[in-house]
Design a protein around this ligand. Structure first.
Ligand code: ATP
Ligand code: MG
Length: 795
């Protein structure tokens, strides 16, 4: 009501406007980065509400992260006012959890089912493989977990898979899959992939349920469509109706097979609007497939496709750089992305000697930008390929006092102590939940060892009861030592006491406090002298304040009527559900200074976001593109799309940095420049430092000058092989090392090494830059050193 619909269209270009106004048939918007896809989606929702008489409850919008959902909801609210709150704007997972809670009884779950995240799934699969007596070397549980996940993403359930399993490996997998699913059901739990697959099954098996949601959602909108997998694709199809492959089944006489099918066929399909960019598809490893975009056009033959070509985000220089990189991919639709904006500054390149130098350059540069009022810390983002790369930036930023936040990383909720305590809460909320129950059984140590656990397990199997039930009947566990049995009884009594706290109506914060006290967990940490345990206590304090915050303001469930079946707001179960659904990007704390803080994150997390200043770091073959992609065309293309995502996040300034030496797993590695650097035309990049002083032997160092002289096929591997074997921390003295002349050594020479101390040469190998020596450092042991880099001196 607060907005004139015309205002929503003001400033939009023609195809954007067309997308907002489009009526009826399914709409597919495929367009390059920064062309306003997300903005169109948001404005389309606002327009539906403001001008087309849609009710908020009729709208389902799917985004990729909870954070993106929050932003979209907020934006729509700004445009059309608070009534927007009744919309469903959420991730696939959150939307499905809501549906499943409401319909859980149909599926034989209670509405308080637990959600297993990937760590839980992993653990459960390990238990399953152990129970099946599978040799972990031959059948690694980790790969089984991944395979089961892939199957679920393809909507292949355990029975279907068992039927088609052909070779012995597949048969074992089928067995594990089947048992894994049974265990989940016994624990009243669903894993992450189940959430989607089960919802699809629900809609397909219960036409009444499908009818309910089809009547309800008249508008379905999906952002980042290129990253949906088959299960998600099917979910959208089931919710919206109207797809060809969904045509109602008819009997031979042309009648509907049942009355519900007839009713379903009468509901006009929801208006569907999906937006995506095939060049930004970066989740193939999770089963996302471009097939979905192609399939969309087949499944909905009357679909309208709109292309957006004007970019509103980046300077022309940044766009040209990004286009130059993505053009190297084959099998893509050519796009012509342009901007009416300026050419902008050149991209800045920097080659550091080591990763500390790289971080230092970035810190200095941010300082300069803020001093000169060119940017605020909040304008700056730092991207890297893998989470572990954040640590060095953190160290440097802490030292120089730059405010920053890390999105993702070792997430708070993944820390051991946090998971332990949450496991207690989960068992209190759902006593049948086996994985957390086993996790806490002997944490802290209370004398319930593996043997005792195995006996409970055996009892459960023998009596065909759950692990939790068996635990209560410990006296019947054959062969359990009296001491263990007593420990189990004490554990049961403690949990019963805690359950009383829950039943007495205490909120999550109070329950958590009781757990910390009664379990002995806190006492153990407090008694410890290990400084890490102090950090653990701090983390638990943090968890306590998370619970307290929730208790004081649990918020509300916007869905109204759909609250049916969901745990009541403010309850322990509701708290756990929200914790379980927190995705990476939700960890960004609010800005307190008003100047904002630097954002650090992996490239995968950066999708959909934009920043005035972007640093793309670790631009090295073996880092980015990732080592495992170096020799694989398909994977390399996915890495290149990831580069395209990274480059196109920048609005005004783009920095590309790399380091000549980088320690990996405590060992230094010399990686050549990323091939993506080479793909960017020279004229676009202003190299502030080329790292000439730090050239490793026989390696082109300058990304702009080495032309085609490198052979890519083996570069990752050979780069790694030039490593020595120093101890951790060695890399910090790298600058000194890389300038060193090769010392000529012979057997029997005495040497001094910066880290290892005095030693004697016992063998030598190779000449010149490749010269190596095996040196006996006495108590430190024997080391084989590449003399070009080893900080040794002949005595
Ligand atoms: P990505 O592919 O990275 O997700 P996108 O296509 O979703 O990008 P948006 O994030 O919607 O693009 O838009 C990019 C930027 O351009 C945003 O800052 C947005 O506000 C701005 N923008 C989009 N369209 C217009 C327009 N017509 N006028 C002014 N600014 C616009
Ligand atoms: Mg977007």
């Amino acid at each position: 009501p607060v907005i004139d619909p015309e205002q929503l269209l003001a400033g939009m270009n023609d195809p954007q406007r067309e997308a907002v106004l489009h009526h009826g048939s399914p709409l597919l918007i495929v367009a390059g980065a920064g062309s306003g896809k997300t903005r169109v989606l948001t404005h389309r929702i606002a327009y539906l509400l403001a001008a087309r008489g849609a009710q908020p409850g009729e709208i389902l919008a799917i985004t990729f992260t909870n954070k993106a959902a929050g932003e979209m909801r907020e934006r729509v609210e700004q445009l059309v006012g608070p009534r927007a709150r009744a919309m469903w704007v959420s991730t696939f997972h959150s939307a499905c959890v809501r549906i499943l809670r409401r319909e859980s009884k149909l599926l034989g779950f209670t509405s308080s089912f637990s959600i297993y995240d990937s760590a839980d799934s992993q653990r459960l699969m390990s238990l399953v493989c152990r129970d099946l007596d599978l040799d972990p070397k031959q059948f690694p549980p980790k790969s089984f977990t991944a395979k089961v996940s892939n199957l679920k993403n393809e909507l292949i359930d355990e029975e279907t898979y068992a039927d088609r399993a052909a070779n012995p490996m597949e048969k074992k997998l089928a067995e594990a899959y089947t048992l894994y699913q049974r265990r989940l059901r016994e624990a009243n739990a669903l894993d992450f992939d189940d959430i989607i697959m089960t919802t699809v099954n629900l809609l397909q098996a219960f036409p009444d349920v499908a009818e309910h949601y089809r009547r309800r959602f008249r508008h379905i909108l999906v952002d980042e469509y290129q990253d949906t997998n088959h299960a998600q694709y099917t979910l959208v199809r089931e919710l919206s109706g109207g797809a060809l492959s969904d045509a109602p089944k008819l009997t031979a006489d042309g009648d509907f097979v049942n009355p519900t099918a007839a009713r379903l066929a009468q509901i006009s399909p929801a208006e569907l609007c999906v937006v995506g960019d095939a060049d930004q598809s970066i989740y193939a490893f999770r089963g996302a497939t471009i097939r979905n975009i192609l399939q969309f056009e087949e499944d909905y033959p009357d679909a309208t496709t709109i292309l957006l070509e004007q970019n509103y985000r980046s300077t022309q220089t940044i766009l040209t750089a990004a286009n130059a990189v993505i053009e190297r991919n084959t099998n893509r639709r050519k796009k012509n992305l342009w901007t009416a904006g300026d050419q902008g500054e050149r991209v800045v390149g920097y080659v550091a000697d080591d990763e500390h130098g790289e971080a230092q350059f970035i810190a200095d540069e941010i300082d300069r930008l803020t001093d000169e009022d060119e940017a605020r810390p909040g304008d700056v983002a730092i991207f890297y390929r893998t989470n572990a790369q954040s640590r060095v930036f953190e160290e440097v930023f802490i030292r120089v006092g730059l405010p920053y936040k890390v999105v993702g990383g070792v997430r708070f909720y993944e820390r051991k102590e946090v998971r332990d305590i949450l496991a207690y809460l989960r068992v209190l909320s759902n006593p049948e939940d086996t994985v957390p129950l086993r996790r806490i059984l002997n944490v802290p140590k209370r004398g319930i060892g593996e043997r005792a656990e195995a006996m409970v397990d055996a009892l459960a199997a023998r009596e065909r009861i759950s692990f939790a039930q068996a635990l209560q009947r410990v006296d019947e566990a054959y062969g359990m030592a009296a001491r263990s049995a007593n420990a189990v009884k004490k554990f049961n009594a403690m949990m019963a006491g805690l359950r009383q706290v829950v039943e007495s109506g205490a909120g999550p914060a109070a329950v958590l406090e009781a757990v910390l006290e009664e379990s002995g967990y806190l006492a153990e940490l407090q008694a410890s002298t290990d400084p890490q345990d102090e950090t653990r206590i701090e983390n638990l304090q943090e968890l306590a304040s998370v619970a307290l915050e929730y208790e004081q303001d649990p918020g509300e469930r916007p869905e109204g009527e759909d609250a049916e079946g969901a745990p009541p707001v403010g309850s322990l179960a509701d708290f756990l559900e929200r914790v379980a659904l927190v995705a990476d990007s939700d960890q960004i704390p609010d800005d307190e200074e008003g100047q904002g803080v630097i954002t650090m994150m992996t490239l995968h997390t950066a999708k959909g976001l934009e920043f005035p200043v972007v640093f793309l770091t670790g631009m090295e073959d073996g880092i980015f593109p990732h080592m495992r992609a170096l020799n694989q065309v398909k994977e390399l293309e996915e890495e290149r799309r990831l580069a395209y995502v990274g480059l196109t996040r920048a609005r005004q300034r783009l920095y590309l940095t790399r380091s000549v030496l980088r320690s990996a797993w405590g060992q230094p590695a010399y990686n050549p420049a990323s091939r993506f650097l080479e793909e960017i035309p020279d004229t676009l990049v202003d190299w502030k430092r080329t790292g000439a002083a730090a050239v490793p032997p026989a390696r082109g160092f300058s990304p702009s000058s080495s032309g085609g002289s490198r052979s890519y096929g083996s570069s990752g591997g050979s780069a790694r092989s030039t490593t020595t074997t120093p101890q951790p921390g060695w890399a910090k003295s790298a600058r000194k090392v890389t300038e060193r002349e090769v010392v000529a050594l012979a057997v029997g020479d005495r040497v001094s090494h910066d880290s290892f101390g005095l030693g004697t040469v016992v063998a030598t190998q190779g000449v010149g830059d490749k010269a190596q020596a095996t040196i006996d450092f006495g108590t430190t042991g024997r080391k084989q050193l590449l003399l070009r880099y080893a900080p040794v001196e002949k005595l």
